[in-house]
Design a protein around this ligand. Structure first.
Ligand SMILES: [Mg+2]
Length: 268
């Protein structure tokens, strides 16, 4: 039987990955519902932290609810929201001028935090996933970066899993812009420390009492390590126990699934 380390029992903040951790494709991972119900019942502070920049938080919450997992939009934190926070924290003007390559989730997050659209001379060029990426967009972004705009990438994921296989992710589009412009993006999403830092600001917990739970060593676990919090790898998604043994990014705990997590708290 699995014995919980004391540190996990003392955690009151939970940063939780989505794909591979709470669901796979269109189906909830077993015990995901019970896990989120437990978070609610015990009054834990938590965020679903996703690199996906395309969707609105309310769309992410709706998708979770469709799979039977209780979720509200205030519990969702996307790389698009983090990118908008970065701009708000760094901009010297109240209404930063931004050119963005991205979808609804990114454009809306930027607008919500007071950015205005500017193609010729933006202060920032932001690149997220955009399934309508074109040469024209690549050119507009590149020219702006060459004129001095700060270049931000919502996340560095080169490929994302779909039913068709691995398809280009936001990181591939950012790298196209990097090649064309000669600039290098500031990355925002996992595994960057700032994604954890902003998440902690959102839920108001301290690093020593917050844990990152995810299925990917290279994004979730490394984000936790970079952000100075503890990490739990669940083996329901991308990374295997073998991967963890070989990786230099060691999680503090490895669990087969979320039922094992719940058992940690219920066997006293
Ligand atoms: Mg994942």
């Amino acid at each position: 039987m699995f014995e919980a380390d004391n540190w996990l029992k003392e955690c009151d903040g939970f940063l939780i990955d989505l794909d591979g951790t709470l669901y796979r494709g269109h189906d909830a991972v077993p015990h995901a519902k019970e896990f989120v119900e437990w978070l609610n019942r015990t009054g834990k502070k938590y965020l679903f932290v996703t690199n996906n920049s395309s969707r609105l938080p309310r769309q992410v919450a709706a998708k979770l609810r469709e799979m039977g997992i209780p979720a509200e939009e205030e519990h969702v934190f996307t790389s698009s929201q983090a990118t908008a926070m970065y701009i708000r924290n760094h901009s010297k003007v109240v209404t930063p001028a931004v050119y963005a390559i991205g979808e609804e989730g990114l454009l809306s997050a930027l607008t919500d935090l007071g950015c205005r659209w500017e193609e010729e001379n933006p202060d920032y060029v932001v690149v997220g996933i955009d399934r309508d990426f074109t040469y024209q967009k690549l050119m507009t972004a590149s020219l702006a970066i060459r004129k001095g705009a700060v270049f931000l990438g919502t996340n560095a994921d080169k490929r994302v899993p779909t039913e068709k296989g691995l398809v280009p992710g936001a990181g591939s589009l950012s790298r196209a812009v990097a090649a064309a412009s000669g600039g290098e993006p500031v990355w925002i999403g996992k595994p960057e420390a700032r994604m954890v830092e902003y998440s902690l600001q959102r839920i108001g917990t301290t690093p020593d009492r917050t844990v990152m739970i995810g299925d990917n060593l290279e994004t979730d676990i490394l984000a936790g390590i970079n952000g100075g919090i503890r990490t739990v790898l669940v083996l329901t998604g991308y990374s295997s126990r073998r991967d963890a043994e070989r990786s230099s990014h060691k999680p503090d705990m490895i669990l087969e699934d979320l039922s094992e997590f719940l058992r940690c708290f219920e066997i006293e």
